[in-house]
Design a protein around this ligand. Structure first.
Ligand SMILES: *[C@@H]1O[C@H](CO)[C@@H](O)[C@H](O)[C@H]1NC(C)=O
Ligand SMILES: *[C@@H]1O[C@H](CO)[C@@H](O)[C@H](O)[C@H]1NC(C)=O
Ligand SMILES: *[C@@H]1O[C@H](CO)[C@@H](O)[C@H](O)[C@H]1NC(C)=O
Ligand SMILES: *[C@@H]1O[C@H](CO)[C@@H](O)[C@H](O)[C@H]1NC(C)=O
Ligand SMILES: *[C@@H]1O[C@H](CO)[C@@H](O)[C@H](O)[C@H]1NC(C)=O
Length: 361
């Protein structure tokens, strides 16, 4: 039989653990509105990474920069006016992935994460964050992810495609190599998602690949074409076989991969005898490791196709603010009751995100 003091210890111990969990339980505004998670922000140090190409990215250069730097003014007003309960902020592309020097990149990642945590600290009911990560060194990336999740309350990380490195900026690091296993182990242990966001190519690639038709730079073509290589690299190099619990999120309705799964799977099967490490097929990882958002891709027929192909439980609403307007996203959501039940709409606009981000943890 348990003695009184043992019982007391047991009860108080359990209470203490309960309180600890209670102290860490996330509070966020939950009025049945939307949750959006591919939403960009940046610091004065990094805002000039955008260069002068931003007209193609939406609005004038000055407006875009002002919107990226803002959190509590027009951004929050657009959220209030458009039924957004909660927004996850992340550092605008290329952010740290555009810094070739490892020491500079690591310092800047810590700086950006601390500024972001501080900036949203007075309104965590409305704002959460994904960590910016220097991916030069997988161990250090893992440790910074851990710090931001455990000490700053971040919800995961966001990488802007490959990490450029080297003196000419042209050594490209992809996180599908076994050197990054230590990173994927941490992602699995922390049970947080890593968002794979696009970046513009370094000039040495941009020029030969789209120099003939420079209009293709950015979201219309370059981003999806480049980032889909990285995502399929994670699949074919066996990252999800080695780390079955790793979660990644892909924006813009999956960077076109789900439309092509038939051909991808059929053709990759032929690579198996050639030593491809992947154990399953790409379709299967879209059922276990990969989620997607609708950021900047408000196409109802395509959404319906994706619901049939990969399932509604893999798809989350997002906007891609300030490159896409929050009211454009909300106007689209308002049309969706034509094709989705109330329950399906809620799954899309918040239900899956609550689960994947662990907002109810
Ligand atoms: C960007 O555009 C502004 C205004 O047109 C111009 O003053 C500036 O020199 C440009 N900067 C670069 C890096 O091209
Ligand atoms: C948080 O701080 C910012 C900057 O000082 C301010 O503009 C904003 O109104 C504050 N928000 C809340 C909810 O206190
Ligand atoms: C990564 O950084 C760690 C220190 O955190 C160091 O021990 C290790 O050698 C570095 N790895 C590489 C590949 O440079
Ligand atoms: C590499 O990037 C740095 C920083 O953006 C830039 O100053 C430098 O000119 C680039 N080097 C090459 C060879 O493009
Ligand atoms: C993909 O893998 C799943 C699970 O192993 C299997 O059921 C399915 O038939 C495969 N699809 C293709 C197109 O190979």
């Amino acid at each position: 039989m348990m003695t009184l003091s043992a019982l007391q210890f047991f009860v108080f111990g359990a209470l203490a653990i309960g309180c600890l969990q209670g102290a860490h339980a996330r509070k966020w505004r939950n009025t049945g509105g939307t949750i959006i998670l591919e939403e960009a922000w940046t610091t004065p140090d990094l805002v000039n990474q955008l260069g002068n190409t931003s007209a193609a990215l939406g609005g004038t250069n000055a407006e875009l920069k002002a919107n990226l730097l803002d959190i509590h003014n027009q951004r929050l007003r657009f959220m209030d006016e458009n039924n957004v309960d909660y927004m996850v902020l992340s550092c605008a592309s290329p952010c740290i992935q555009g810094i070739s020097d490892p020491a500079q990149a690591e310092d800047m990642a810590v700086t950006v994460n601390n500024i972001l945590a501080d900036s949203i600290s007075n309104n965590t009911m409305r704002f959460g964050a994904f960590a910016a990560l220097s991916m030069h060194n997988a161990t250090n990336a893992a440790l910074e992810l851990k710090r931001t999740v455990q000490e700053l309350g971040f919800l995961g990380g966001l990488v802007n495609d490959y990490q450029q490195s080297g003196p000419d900026n042209a050594t490209l690091l992809y996180y599908d190599q076994t050197e990054y296993d230590v990173f994927w182990q941490m992602v699995s242990d922390l049970d947080v998602p890593i968002y794979f966001h696009p970046r513009g190519n370094i000039p040495q690639i941009k020029s030969p690949s789209i120099g003939h038709a420079p209009w293709l730079a950015g979201p219309a073509q370059e981003y999806a074409a480049t980032l889909s290589n990285h995502i399929l690299g994670l699949c074919t190099n066996g990252v999800f076989d080695r780390f079955p619990k790793a979660k990644i999120i892909v924006g813009h309705l999956g960077e076109r991969i789900p439309s092509d799964l038939f051909r991808i799977d059929e053709q990759l099967k032929r690579q198996l005898p050639l030593g491809m490490p992947m154990k399953l097929n790409v379709t299967s990882y879209w059922q276990t490791n990969i989620w997607e958002t609708t950021s900047g891709n408000f196409a109802t027929d395509l959404l319906q196709f994706h619901i049939e192909t990969i399932g509604l439980d893999r798809i989350m609403y997002s906007v891609d603010y300030p490159f896409v307007a929050i009211d454009e996203g909300e106007a689209w959501v308002q049309t969706l009751p034509n094709v989705l039940s109330k329950r399906q709409l809620e799954t899309l606009t918040r239900g899956v995100a609550i689960q994947v981000l662990g907002l109810d943890r």
